[in-house]
Structures are given as structure tokens and as C-alpha cells.
Write a protein that binds this ligand. Structure first.
Ligand SMILES: [Zn+2]
Length: 181
């Protein structure tokens, strides 16, 4: 097939038989890696010296290896995580919702509190009751039942608002801890 050059098979080769082109091609990568046995490496070296076709393959492969070796080592961009998150489809994000919710203790879930307590009306009325009771206690002193009832009313009044706020706070603390961890 290469009529313009001497057939390497006809040469006498130190260390063994001359190499066929196919055998040379198969060994080229290891030849470049330097992982071939000395004898085989020498056979390829001698074949390349005399075979233009294989020498051409050898040069191409060598150039490719050098090109790969010269590629700059890229660091991950600082916003790599954000970029990944941004590329996650919103549907997948929603599908993960049960996993996220499972990590919030049940008593911090909004539905853990009865709807009556969570309702805006109850919370406002409770706070109003506390305010009235507090005012009554400060304005009218003397009436014994008022003195006894006011502190109770103040405490009971703020309970719904307090519960809802503490739940929200608990969830925020957990969300913060997760963002940091
Ligand atoms: Zn060859």
C-alpha cells in the first residue's frame, strides 16, 4: 500500500521481528505513554523511522496528547452551586418538597396548630384582650376579681399570637441552620 518506501518487515531488527503496521498502530498510545516494554518500544521506534504512514499517526497522536496536557486546569466558578440550582427545573424543585418538609419537626409545621388559633381574628382578639386586661389592671386598682383575672387574661390573650410566632421563629432557625450547614 505504501509503494514509495521500503517495507519495514524486510529490515533486520535488533531484539526481534519487524513490526507490521497494524501492530505498530495498536501500540502507539502506550509507546507515547512510555508504558511499553523496552523491546516492544524499540520495535515501534524502528518502525516509525521507516514507515511514513505510521510516523504520521504517531505525530498526530503526540500532538493530541500535548494539546490535552496543555489544557488549562479550570477552577470551579464561585457561583457553581447557584448555577446548578438555577438549572434545576422548578417542577423537580417542587417534587423535592416532601423531603424538605420532612426535616422540619412536626410541631413547627403550621398545621400542627388548630386553625382557630392560627386565624388572624383569634390572634388579634387575643392580643386585644391582653391589652384591655393590662389597661384595666393599671387603671382600676381595688376590685379583687379584676386583680385576679387580669394577669390570666393577659397571658391567655397573647397565647395564640405567641404560638404562631414561635413556630415561625423555629422554622426560620432551622432554615438558617440548613443554609449554613
Ligand atoms: Zn507502518
Amino acid at each position: 500500500m505504501h509503494g514509495d518506501h521500503q517495507r519495514p518487515e524486510e529490515q533486520s531488527v535488533p531484539g526481534g521481528q519487524a513490526l507490521a503496521c497494524s501492530e505498530c498502530q495498536v501500540g502507539l498510545q502506550e509507546y507515547l505513554d512510555g508504558t511499553l516494554a523496552k523491546k516492544q518500544s524499540l520495535r515501534i521506534f524502528l518502525h516509525l523511522r521507516d514507515c511514513k504512514a505510521c510516523e504520521q499517526s504517531h505525530l498526530s497522536l503526540k500532538n493530541l496528547f500535548e494539546l490535552l496536557g496543555d489544557l488549562p486546569q479550570h477552577e470551579l466558578p464561585a457561583d457553581f452551586d447557584d448555577a446548578i440550582l438555577a438549572s434545576v427545573p422548578y417542577a423537580s424543585y417542587l417534587a423535592m418538597e416532601p423531603l424538605r418538609r420532612a426535616r422540619v419537626p412536626v410541631y413547627l409545621e403550621e398545621h400542627f396548630l388548630p386553625a382557630v388559633i392560627r386565624s388572624q381574628v383569634t390572634r388579634l382578639a387575643g392580643v386585644g384582650l391582653s391589652a384591655v386586661a393590662l389597661g384595666a389592671m393599671m387603671v382600676w386598682d381595688g376590685s379583687p376579681w379584676l386583680v385576679a383575672a387580669s394577669p390570666v387574661a393577659i397571658i391567655v390573650g397573647v397565647v395564640p399570637e405567641l404560638l404562631v410566632r414561635m413556630q415561625g421563629l423555629g422554622r426560620r432557625v432551622i432554615a438558617l441552620g440548613r443554609a449554613e450547614g
